[in-house]
Design a protein around this ligand. Structure first.
Ligand SMILES: Cc1ncc(COP(=O)(O)O)c(C=O)c1O
Length: 375
């Protein structure tokens, strides 16, 4: 297809060869076990926990249901401190649990929740902190835990972007009380839709598994008003295959990120995230750039729409801020003065296309467009 006409999206799912998937499907068809903690579900929970270096994983139908359930597992109520710089699901799950979100600003280096803003947002109703490892870079986990311990708060990390990422050799998912993952089609590890909760002890794992299956502890006992948020066998089988290919996909993403980094650093007014010290196994799930209009000569939106006119569909993750959406903008913590850094960054960011099959000619085209828009 003509390179001018072909649309390049921010991401494209990396799928295994269909032939590799067919034996799994045949097995599922033959066994008739389609869901309810069947063979592939159990196998993926074990293999993924080993792969990620965590103790327990519970698989879910998607990342939003994992988050929704995580709040129920820890019986979170009242107010929860969170970030406006995320995908809207992070706050929607609070609303669905009738919890009041309290937004705090982000730090300007990695766009994660600024731990130094947390204490001022704590009230007698605060029960937990819900930060996000944005773009897969770790939050300041030690400082957040220190504050949580001091005020007896729970910590749930929305780790939707952080599959596989390690901090000083330890999985990022081992921090906090619980972490949740998303395996949505846009994520570097995908089961089409899918998600997980990571926890650190067997008792909690059991409770999660009851809650994601209507609250059933056995055939005749419902211990809690649970929900149905289980992953099915087709998703789990795909997950097993995806695990085999994950590392090679990440290497390809890394190669693309390195080209972007070295080429874009020459352009005045375009900046990229610095490497996070101690971060290993980075998954390169996103490649955000930040446009400084004064230096670059064009606004973020001018560049964004120019890329689009040329068939390059980046995404402004995360714009608008969650706190600007109608359900949340009336909250006191959603006021602009409270979230100045988040507001500023959300008006500068564009996430560029990055996925294993992105072709070099398209990477060059993207860089050329960004270069040609500069002063
Ligand atoms: C930070 C964040 N949290 C939650 C979600 C929701 O996950 P899912 O789409 O699997 O429900 C996503 C992405 O989709 C996300 O990026």
């Amino acid at each position: 297809m003509n390179i001018k006409k072909r649309k390049i999206f921010v991401t494209q799912p990396a799928l295994p060869d269909l032939q590799e998937f067919i034996p799994y499907l045949e097995d599922i068809w033959q066994s008739k076990h389609l869901t309810n903690n069947a063979k592939y579900h159990q196998q993926l929970e074990k293999e993924m926990a080993d792969y990620l270096g965590v103790k327990y994983i519970s698989l879910f139908a998607n990342g939003t249901l994992a988050l929704l359930t995580a709040l129920q597992v820890l019986k979170i109520t009242g107010e929860v401190i969170t970030t406006p710089y995320s995908f809207v699901a992070t706050t929607n799950v609070l609303w669905w649990n009738r919890i009041k979100p309290v937004f705090v600003d982000i730090e300007p280096t990695y766009c994660n929740m600024d731990p130094e803003k947390i204490e001022a947002a704590i009230t007698p109703q605060t029960t937990a902190i819900l930060p996000v490892h944005v773009y897969g870079n770790p939050c300041y986990v030690d400082r957040i835990q220190e504050i949580a311990d001091m005020y007896e708060l729970k910590v749930i990390y929305d780790a939707a972007h952080a599959f596989g990422n390690k901090l000083n050799g330890n999985s990022i998912l081992n921090y906090g009380d619980l972490s949740t993952l998303s395996f949505h089609a846009t994520k570097p590890f995908t089961t089409m839709e899918g998600g997980a909760i990571v926890c650190h002890d067997e008792k909690t794992k059991k409770r999660i598994d009851y809650l994601k299956n209507f609250g059933f502890a056995d055939e005749v006992t419902v211990i809690s008003p649970g929900i149905n948020s289980k992953m099915n066998e087709m998703q789990a089988a795909l997950g097993l295959l995806q695990l085999k290919h994950h590392q090679e996909n990440i290497e390809k993403r890394k190669g693309i990120a390195e080209i972007y980094k070295s080429e874009l650093k020459q352009i005045n007014g375009i900046s990229v995230l610095p490497d996070f010290p101690g971060l290993g196994n980075y998954n390169y799930s996103y490649f955000p750039i930040f446009v400084d209009e004064n230096k670059y000569g064009k606004s973020r939106d001018e560049l964004y729409f120019n890329l689009k006119d040329n068939g390059i569909h980046g995404r402004r993750y995360f714009y608008p801020l969650i706190s600007d959406f109608p359900p949340y903008r009336g909250l006191v913590s959603a006021e602009k003065e409270n979230l100045q850094i988040a507001k500023d960054i959300s008006e500068k960011v564009i996430c560029l296309p990055i996925y294993p099959r992105l072709e070099i000619k398209h990477i060059i085209k993207i860089i050329d467009i960004i270069e040609s828009n500069a002063i």
